[in-house]
Design a protein around this ligand. Sequence first.
Ligand code: SF4
Length: 600
Amino acid sequence: MPIRILYVNLSERSSRVVDRPDLFSKYLGGAGIASKLLLEEVRPGIDPFSPETPIIFAAGYMTGVFPCMVKAIAMFKSPLTKNLGESHSGGHFASALRFAGYDALVIHGASEHPIIIKIIDDEVKVKMADSLWGLSPLDVEKALRECSYEGMQSVISCGKAGENLVCYSNVIVDRFHHFGRLGLGAIFGSKKLKAISILGRKGISLKNPLAVKEVYEKLHHKVVISDEMSKYHNLGTSANMLELNELGALPTHNFKESRFKDAERISGETMAESLLRRKISCPGCPIACIHLAGLKTSFAPEHERGKKEIFHEEVLVPYNYEAMYALGNNLLIKDKRDLILLIYRCESLGLDAMMMGTVLAWVTEAFEEGRITLDETLGIKPAWGDAEAYIKIIDNTVEMKNKFYAKLAQGVVAASEKYGGREYAMALGNNGMAGYITGYGAILGPLVGARHSHLSNSGYSIDQKIMNKPISIEQMVDFLIDQEDWLYVLFSLGACYFARRIYSEEVVCEALKALGIDKTQDELMKMGKEIFHNLYKFKVREGFELSEQNIPKRIFEVQTPHGKLEFEKIKSMIDYYIKKREKEGLHLKPEEKALKELLK
Ligand code: SF4
């Protein structure tokens, strides 16, 4: 079966379709084909904002077929890390792409004026979009949604942060989902690409629908009835806040503490009782883990003057644990409405809430220490728990109001390298840290993971499983390697990370068989490993060196459920990790010659 790739060139406003049977036989779809296209299409050492830099989107091979197979993969050169940009999103994007008849979309070139890409099956257009420039992704979605009663539709868009090239701006998908991490929004902005709208009406043809139906029903039953995924429907990931607080693993006060005394006030439980309005799902997923809070926004005071009753408009704001930790407990925000307001600001501007929260925490501490003053902040006094000040800082960062804010727009590491305070700039591999200070896995996992995410290899979850039975350095590293390799199999099929326990190796083989593909568990594992190798080859080629990565000192000062972490132990884990990966044939050190080429 060939992989159908839609190429769109924004400079020429042209498109073409290329069939690649070789990619299907090797990688099936999703992350696998994206990893190969990344190596083929991105010129070594290229500036992420160069018009030549491509954006690669891919849908999984099982997208739109089995439950929870929904994720779209985006790969690009990250403006934040200057190496691999990889981001996954739920919503309708992957399904719409497949329903329109494509497995991947590769975008080249750039425009001088704002544009959008509009795809309706075989009809592909690059259209002017001046009137959309400056709008929030939420408004863009409203403007571009087709009035169609057939097929699958998706609208994705960057916000003002992307337009202004904030290095951790995101792309919002169908209003409530995100390509959240590593700065895809800024790549859109650099190409003057405001949005992509897809309407796919062709559907997916199956060789043996009855065999698929049989496996589908089994899986659907498992997803709905078993306990594996019930947490995600009930409170969603926001349930993590009180669980981690209880455990003493909740990053608080910029990771100075691992418990927050006001956690209850902004927890998932409190949100569910007071602000929760709706739960929504990705297509073909019966879970509905996306929790939407109602936020009342005021009209201008002059409209309401003299009235007995003040009217408000209510907007829906998606909340999940990661945004809640980064903009909540880690900043000592204790009012639930303030927290939703901060999340809403990031949503409206198209910002990665996790990195923005990390930046705000660093700003507050750097201000306390006198590393930055009111001159830099333009008179704003950052203070723990002060949402009003934080909103002004967010706005100034997106507008890059002065040199200081322009630095903040490059991320927490860039800011700390300029103004100091690197020891509490909480990033691993240049990506803002996730909300877990559970133990060694939570640090080593994102550090070695290809996309420096806590979801790369579930390091935070192994920490929680081994609470009373510590494991050796080798066992920890082996776990992370096996997890990440296997997850890349699932990400090639389109799986949602939350469904990883449903899609065991055995289940995946059975589901593939129903689709007419015979693969053994070993073959799949080999494929996952090769995908990881592709991604690391790209990273190393772009100058990434694992052994040189900085770990913020704060990590070793805070109490975790496994006690205070030791630098030497993490170092031994990294050494062992490098040894193991090199044994697989992967070189983790950029070659001097290649580096010189890059610097030319
Ligand atoms: S569990 Fe949540 S994120 Fe995953 S597919 Fe279902 S609704 Fe989407």
